[in-house]
Design a protein around this ligand. Sequence first.
Ligand code: ZN
Length: 345
Amino acid sequence: MDMQHALERLCTKNGPSGFEAPVAEAAKALLEPLMDEVWTDRIGNVIGIRRCGKPRAKKLLLDAHLDEIGLIVTGIEGGFLRFQSIGGVDPRMLPGRELTVLTDPPILGVVATMPPHVCHQKDKDRALPLSELYVDIGMDQPTAEQAVPIGTPMVFRAGSFPLGSREICGKSMDDRSCFVTLLRTVELLQGKDLDVDLYILGSAREEISGSGAQCAAFAVEPDYCVAVDVTHGRTPDGPKDMSFALGGGPVVGVGPNMTRWMTDLAIRTANEVAVPIQLEVMAGHSGTNGWYLQICREGVPTLVLSLPLKYMHSPIEVLDRQDMEQVAQLLAAIAERLGREDDRL
Ligand SMILES: [Zn+2]
């Protein structure tokens, strides 16, 4: 599978939390050839199963979320759109951005920005809050009211493109890059004899709540879960203790949101298959779907595995292709080691 091509297919689709249908459809099409069965559930998750064919097999669920952060129209003033955020949008990121307004068909917009010549002195050194920003769609008030219903979602306008020879840049790499690593994992496991039924979850609504993963885990009743999401990639100005080198390999979460023996299994397996890893201590809530997967029903052994990514929650998120491949290699090796009688459930 060409991971960059799969990533492009997903990242050119729009799907802010609660409005995932277009990206979910693309994800389903990518997943179908690899699984025994694929379906979309009522909350918008895409779920696929590959059965191992053994009686009473345990279930391993691998999760990556399909939704992206976005904006939502709250009103129209003089033809300009007012809005709030869907998920964690940084207001500093917004002025001058190109947006896709998800009307049917979609239209383009730009976040208005004040030229420096006429900007108030008091605004020059501060980030404008969302409540003071507007989206320009090039329409007057009556036309805009006709074209854009209140509650219309908007997303960054961008696809993805190579940055240098190893990195890929674009919007919604968080977390579609990790969904692509799950596709690659299934590909690596083709023809392998597993002891688990493998479930792949492309979850909805992670950026606002984690409710997609919560519903899917309730329905699937997994015996083990891995939440695969992005973590902060290192830049020269970033804090060393909270960021991880691109090209340094998968990042294994360590802390109470992860089940200790699953973390140990990931570390041991990485050594056995010579995949370099980095460790991220997460002292509380991991901020990922791992939280909701771990506390489903009576509790599920859970691992959080992360892909380093620069500029999270911007339209120019950047990751390293080799890290993606190594996340998939590690996940595949973990899947091959689970499901035996001596697992510490
Ligand atoms: Zn994410």
